[in-house]
Design a protein around this ligand. Structure first.
Ligand code: SF4
Ligand code: FES
Length: 292
């Protein structure tokens, strides 16, 4: 009888795990996973961290955010996480999942290898508590890029204040080709995954980072904006666009296909012909042009 009970226990404790290929993607079907969560309350003065592990029942469609919310609702209400939309739109739920910066709401547990998923806070951001980091500096970099259209003929408020000729104000029409020049860069949701993956952002706090530089290119490439010189001056310095070593990890982790590394290279392309700081590379470019 005891043997039979042991046998039943053994059979029921076997994990239901198997792998399937669905629409070309390898999916691991499990009925439970373990989620290992980074714990530290930096605001309260904790200097050491530890991990808490929770067993979570899952379905094929369970996301890492669902798993964390299950742990928070049913097992430990003190876990700190940040999220809002649950649909990869707000950019709030960024964290490192198995060491890679990802959106928790956009990562299904069935897409990940292994039965234990490790969640840690994003690198390169000051830590607050558990999986929550401080985005103040990241948003400061974004604001420094003046992320809005700058064109005196489009600013109605300015026109009213200065009583300028209303005829100067005009409608800005764009062709699909003109929109296409910046469209992909405008998909950024400011999730910070690229910033977390960037080795230069980790080494130089003054470096704006891939997100901010890609946004700079987004406005530079928009033909409604006419502050090109001012824009290039903001990024043409020793902590600016030249600090990027092009590891391109930013583009690999971006969940929206922005490709910030491409934006940085395109910005550089503009600067090669316009550099104010007499960069050697710009001098070489000018010499090359004169010699032709
Ligand atoms: S460029 Fe991509 S990874 Fe970086 S903040 Fe924008 S959406 Fe996130
Ligand atoms: S909760 Fe909004 S992007 Fe994940």
């Amino acid at each position: 009888m005891t043997n039979l009970i042991e046998k039943i226990k053994m059979l029921t404790s076997v994990k239901q795990t198997h792998t399937k290929i669905i629409e070309g993607s390898k999916i691991t079907i499990r009925d439970k996973i373990f989620i290992k969560v980074f714990r530290r309350n930096t605001v309260k003065g904790d200097t050491d961290h530890h991990y808490d592990t929770f067993e979570i029942p899952v379905k094929r469609w369970t996301t890492v955010l669902d798993a964390l919310l299950y742990a928070k609702s049913c097992l430990d209400g003190s876990i700190a996480i940040r999220y809002s939309c649950r649909m990869a739109s707000c950019g709030s739920c960024g964290m490192k999942i198995n060491g890679i910066p990802r959106l928790a709401c956009y990562t299904k547990v069935s897409e990940l290898e292994g039965d234990t998923i490790t969640c840690t806070p994003l690198s390169n951001f000051p830590h607050i508590r558990d999986l929550v980091t401080d985005f103040s500096q990241f948003f400061d970099h974004h604001r420094n890029m003046k992320p809005y259209i700058r064109n005196e003929y489009a600013d109605i408020k300015l026109e009213e204040e200065n009583n300028r000729d209303k005829k100067l104000l005009r409608e800005f029409k764009q062709t699909p080709e003109e929109v296409d020049k910046y469209l992909q860069f405008s998909y950024c949701i400011k999730c910070g995954l690229c910033y977390s993956a960037c080795p230069t952002a980790g080494a130089d706090l003054k470096f704006p980072g891939p997100q901010a530089l890609a946004q700079m290119y987004r406005y530079l490439a928009d033909n409604r904006d006419n502050a090109i010189k001012e824009r290039l001056n903001i990024v043409d310095n020793q902590h600016g666009v030249w600090r990027c070593h092009f590891p391109a990890s930013c583009s690999v982790v971006c969940p929206k296909g922005v490709d910030p590394a491409l934006g940085i290279q395109l910005l550089r392309g503009h600067l090669l012909a316009n550099s104010k700081n007499e960069k050697k590379i710009a001098e070489l470019f000018n010499r090359d042009v004169q010699e032709r």
